[in-house]
Write a protein that binds this ligand. Sequence first.
Ligand SMILES: C[S@@+](CC[C@H](N)C(=O)[O-])C[C@H]1O[C@@H](n2cnc3c(N)ncnc32)[C@H](O)[C@@H]1O
Length: 496
Amino acid sequence: MVKLLNLGRRSVGLDDGKVNVVCSQTSSVTLVVKQHEHRDEIKKRISRALDPEGTLKLARTSGNGGRRSSAPEPRRDRRQRAGPGGGPAASRRPDRPEGLSHPPLLRSSLHQTTASFFFLLFFFSRLCFRILPPSSSPPAVPCPACARHAFCGPGCLSAAAAISHTPWVCQALSRLAACPLLDGQPVERHVLARFLIAACNLAAVSPSDFQLLLSLQGREAHGDDTVAAARFLHSLLASFCPPPPPASPFPQGFSLEMIVALLSKDKLNAFGLMEPVSSRDGGEVDGERSVRAYGIYPRASFFNHDCLPNACRFDYVDSASDGNTDIIVRMIHDVPQGREIRLSYFPVNLNYANRQRRLLEDYGFTCDCDRCKVEANWSDDENEHDDIGEDNDGDGEGMDEDADEQMSRSEVGMAEEKETDFPHAYFFISSGGRMMRRKPTEKRIWTSELPPNCDLRDHVGLAYTTWLYNPIVLWRKLWIAEYSGFLCQPFRGEKN
Ligand SMILES: C[S@@+](CC[C@H](N)C(=O)[O-])C[C@H]1O[C@@H](n2cnc3c(N)ncnc32)[C@H](O)[C@@H]1O
């Protein structure tokens, strides 16, 4: 499920000629799904994906069309280690058991799609992906059939048995674990094999959700790596996988073409859910954080990328509340009416060259966002300082979370001198170069007083929860200063 919250002060309006997914429940959010291509296909996809009861409507913009909301990023934090995607009422997966029900916010209007499926875990519960308790009570509940996979409780186990850890999946994963063909293969291929098992299961358990998965962007393999991986996985599945479940529309298993398409969809659309910041024994995770699971959120996959995004997504996988695998997309700042809402597919601190390379390799496009237009003209030296520390993947490892506080006044001054280079930006900082670029009108960004009665604990907590991989943390301090008004708005009771 995708929750969309606008914490800004103005509602976001609509714009003629764009496809908008509109939520009639939240009154203050509109996300414009701006398709770069395949406009008609996207419209069809959206109408297929939405609630036929009409709580969500596909709306053509009509002037001031009221206040709406919609959904699509993948934060496309796909196979990134450490550091980096509601469905049709007609195709719901079985009701989730007590404790795993849908969250109250948008509950009735943004149904969790059954096509949000996940894979991969070690110390995490197989269905909800919460971290498992070390050995204390309540104990983790192992799968009675394979004992390899554990769940955080009986409810989680029984839901998984009907959805994602069906007897077929259980058998397939057990065979996969014992399959010598995977020895010595990169982790990526292990993960992709699990993804294909999950997809094969989805096709049998929920054919309509599988169709939804197929409707996501991505058909062809970008690059030789994907083709080679697809060939390998095709023969791997054929040799070790049990025959597809009887209900499967693919009685012979996936064809090579289907595998290529699925890998491509995964590559373009999967969101990574990161390991917690703390390890299981309570200490800090040493070194890189890994991804604990990937999820494909069909609606969230409508988000396009921007290197200076105006929204970001959060997850709260270890929270005790229901819907812990929901993605929450929050506006970073107010945006003018009609502006497309975009996320960054990776941490924003990557420099121009690395961003372009990654977008081309992973997502198949060249970015010409406003930030890229500006940075394309920067000298190599300027761009070099843009990545965080030594970590060229930009996942933020080792970053001092208070780096932004440490910027000296002279550095602020230097940044001010350059601000005309970057007129559209609210702010952008990089801890490597300790540079800050500010919106020209915000002269007192560092000294703004927070309004009285402003309880920042939740907000700071949110930022901390995700600081290693979420761009917003880079901006946390600035954000608080500049947008203290919106930070003071209540979170409407949802607790994550
Ligand atoms: C997850 S999809 C985003 C939604 C997609 N536009 C759709 O219609 O489903 C990712 C793909 O969208 C396109 N895309 C996303 N952001 C873009 C951008 N800033 N410029 C050009 N294409 C972009 C690329 O083709 C990318 O591989």
